[in-house]
Design a protein around this ligand. Structure first.
Ligand code: HEM
Length: 378
């Protein structure tokens, strides 16, 4: 019998009751080798997903910054993938845009070619959204039908689909808020859409990290010490991202373009100008910019303190890399925020500031994973 025939027989008809047979040893070798290959493939699949979600957030930011977000007034998951292809279809899309309050109040002098420019970014943003759907679905079906996913992985993949679907819905929910009366979208809906994207990213990354670091040993003493601080940091960074979206959504970066003072004041006088007082925390652009600045300083100090007091010598190389990256990420993000403000929200700087938020958030997730408790390991 030649080797190929032997393999075929051992794979499909493994002999029972003899674990030491040459047949069973061979099948064991090939099955584990295959498991390892599947693991690598699944990791690549998940990391591609992470990259696409990241790209989606960056393009989403550019879409908003170029004022393109309300240029497509319809929601059609399948047919919307095809852009207007001839003059007639372009005119049709432009006429629909001319019904929006944004066109009436802001862009009433737009020509068709100007419309095509803003259409491009929103179209690209939605196209990547569709691509994410395909990139998640097709490999999932392949892995599922070739039995390369265990029960827990199937559950997590389904969770990813739910998050992706929710994100698509939230995007449309946000766009809708700018199509009837307002000239821009609701800052609350912008924040929900942004945070949901970060959460989807975190979930995908965590899933990938579980597979990447499956066999790494860690120091349980450090976990007990560092995990509570990282949890607090996670909450503050999420709050900071929400307030960043509020600053962006209310165009609150267009005034008080000085740092560290807000014009000539440490605490701006308009901070409590709206009533009732608590409404200022959510809707007053002056207060929102102030909170975003103060929280940025808090995040910077917390991470600086965490870095200096942490036991880096006792850490694994991955933990050490993570904590060093965290420190760099917060310093860069802080500076990008200041320059974005000083430039009165120049598009390139504001886009980098969003990339910086992603890097900072990713390093917090990476560290939460690296210092997670043993029972949290899948
Ligand atoms: C250190 C942590 C910081 C984080 C995590 C952070 C995060 C964010 C996020 C997520 C956004 C929304 C981006 C978007 O939706 O396009 C944003 C916007 C903004 N941030 Fe920050 N930020 C930080 C620090 C700062 C600092 C120190 C300043 C200035 C003093 C600043 C000024 C701004 C401004 C002006 C915007 C609005 C940009 C726009 O309109 O697109 N940020 N921030």
């Amino acid at each position: 019998m030649n080797q190929a025939n032997t393999l075929f027989l051992t794979w499909h008809f493994p002999p029972k009751n003899n674990p030491h047979s040459q047949f069973n040893q061979l099948t064991y070798y090939f099955r584990t080798r295959m498991n390892d290959t599947s693991r690598k493939r699944i990791i690549i699949w998940l990391l591609c997903g992470c990259f696409l979600v990241f790209a989606m957030v960056v393009i989403g930011g550019i879409t908003r910054l170029t004022g393109s977000g309300l240029s497509i007034t319809e929601w059609n998951v399948i047919m919307g993938a095809v852009p207007p292809l001839n003059d007639h279809e372009w005119n049709d899309a432009f006429v629909k845009y001319q019904q929006t309050p944004q066109f009436h109040k802001l862009n009433y002098d737009f020509t068709l070619s100007e419309f095509k420019e803003i259409f491009f970014w929103e179209y690209l943003h939605r196209l990547i959204g569709r691509l994410i759907g395909i990139v998640f679905l097709l490999p999932f079906l392949y892995f599922y039908f070739t039995k390369q996913l265990d029960k827990a992985m199937i559950g997590k993949s389904i969770m990813l689909f739910l998050l992706g679907g929710l994100q698509g819905f939230l995007g449309w929910f946000m766009v809708k808020s700018g199509l009837t009366e307002r000239t821009s979208v609701s800052h609350y809906r912008l924040a929900i859409h942004l945070v949901a994207a970060f959460i989807t990213f975190a979930f995908t990354l965590w899933f990938a990290l579980e597979l990447i670091y499956r066999d790494e040993k860690r120091n349980p003493v450090l976990e007990k010490k560092h995990l509570p601080i990282l949890r607090v940091l996670f909450v503050i960074v999420i709050m900071q991202i929400i307030y960043g979206a509020f600053v962006a959504g209310l165009h609150a970066g267009k005034f008080a373009n000085t740092f560290p003072m807000m014009d000539d004041e440490w605490v701006p006088s308009g901070i409590a100008s709206d009533g009732p007082w608590w409404k200022n925390l959510f809707e007053n652009p002056v207060t929102i910019q102030f909170i975003h600045r103060v929280m940025a300083i808090l995040v910077l100090l917390l991470i600086g303190w965490f870095w200096t007091t942490s036991d880096r010598k006792m850490m694994t190389p991955s933990q050490r890399r993570g904590i060093n990256f965290l420190l760099i990420a917060v310093a860069v993000q802080f500076l990008l925020g200041v320059f974005t403000l000083l430039s009165k929200v120049e598009i390139l700087l504001a886009s980098f500031h969003q990339v910086g938020a992603f890097m900072l958030f990713s390093s917090v997730i990476f560290l939460l994973f690296q210092f997670r408790r043993e029972k949290e390991i899948a």
